[in-house]
Design a protein around this ligand. Structure first.
Ligand SMILES: Cc1cc2nc3c(=O)[nH]c(=O)nc-3n(C[C@H](O)[C@H](O)[C@H](O)COP(=O)(O)O)c2cc1C
Length: 323
């Protein structure tokens, strides 16, 4: 058993959290399974309709009566805040706020609804802003991670944030996938880990098999940090790039983002066709360097159990090395 300030705050068993990945990628089945396994499952609410969010949370609650969280990418989804809070999550998980968003007001609404606030940051100054605004937990996310990331590596940003915001619990994210990652995060002073890529390659994740197989096949060298995805979607992420698989599609558009913006709808059609054909070679797949540590698609419960068991063993062994 690994007890931390984070597990104590939420009354959960394991300091392992699944990322709230938007547009249906972290749905009720995935989040419910993670919470049921003793971690904290996060439903990704961004880019969805309120009724879809409510359905996902309801599905997670069919699976478990343990705490669950709901995530919002603040810059493009603040309009969903009240709908999310109406689902009564134990935790409001947030990330990527624009400079002109009132974090204190957003976090106060969550607190009034009985939720803790867990805010993810790619930089030290963002962590300081979140804590000033009343965040209960800070997730420090490094550039090794999948999806939208900043530029600082995980070990650096986690340690910076821990030193700055202690005793507020910090979770480490980005490039972590196993028990060694959890043990390392605890050694950096974090109170747990948040994983995206690892939970995408699980039986419960609502992804096509070609996407999960690409994660398993990756050796960690086949990702790239780019704004090709933003050129395609037209979303204006504040200060983020996205780490994606370096597929033929991404290669084709690297450095040609303005043209991609102009030909968006035509390119979407080609991508949808590739998706329908399960063509991983021409897909847009967000995943991180931690794919290099993942060698099978597994049930969520096994992933969580293995991470915790391996971390316990490593931490005991490390203790033995101290004379
Ligand atoms: C496909 C995908 C979608 C993501 N969507 C979101 C999101 O909607 N909100 C969010 O806060 N983080 C999102 N993230 C980032 C994760 O929260 C997390 O920081 C990242 O996955 C950690 O790195 P890892 O993939 O190496 O575990 C996403 C990540 C991936 C891979």
């Amino acid at each position: 058993m690994i007890r931390t300030a984070f597990t104590e705050m939420l009354g959960i068993e394991h300091p392992v959290v699944s990322a709230g990945m938007g547009a249906g990628m972290a749905d009720g089945d995935l989040a419910g399974a993670v919470s049921h396994a003793g971690g904290l499952g996060v439903v990704g609410a961004s880019w969805l309709r309120p009724e879809q969010v409510a359905e996902m949370v309801a599905r997670a609650r069919e699976i478990t009566d343990r705490p669950i969280a709901v995530n919002l990418l603040l810059f493009g989804n603040e309009h969903l805040l009240d709908d999310v809070l109406r689902t009564r999550p134990a935790v409001l998980s947030t990330a990527w706020a624009a400079d002109d968003q009132d974090l204190a007001a957003i976090f106060a609404s969550a607190h009034e609804a009985g939720a803790k606030v867990m805010h993810m940051v790619p930089r030290l100054d963002d962590a300081e802003r979140a804590v000033e605004a009343g965040a209960d937990v800070v997730v420090a996310q490094g550039t090794d991670g999948g999806g939208h990331v900043g530029l600082v590596g995980t070990t650096v940003v986690v340690r910076q944030v821990v030193k700055a915001v202690s005793p507020i619990p910090v979770l480490a994210a980005g490039g972590l996938a196993d028990g060694a990652g959890l043990a390392a995060a605890l050694a950096l002073g974090a109170s747990g880990i948040l994983l995206g890529t690892r939970f995408l390659a699980t039986n419960e994740a609502p992804l096509d098999a070609y996407y999960k197989d690409a994660i398993v096949a990756s050796d960690g060298t086949d990702t790239v940090v780019t704004t090709v995805g933003e050129a395609l979607t037209g979303r204006d992420w504040p200060g983020a790039f996205a780490r994606v698989a370096r597929t033929r599609f991404v290669e084709e558009w690297l450095g040609r983002e303005p043209e991609l913006r102009r030909r968006r709808s035509e390119v979407w059609d080609r991508l949808e066709q590739a998706d329908a054909n399960a063509d991983a070679d021409y897909a847009l797949m967000w995943f991180g360097q931690s794919a290099g540590l993942i060698d099978s698609v597994a049930p969520v419960a096994d992933v969580v159990r293995q991470i915790v068991a391996d971390a316990e063993q490593i931490l005991r062994g490390v203790g033995d090395t101290v004379a």
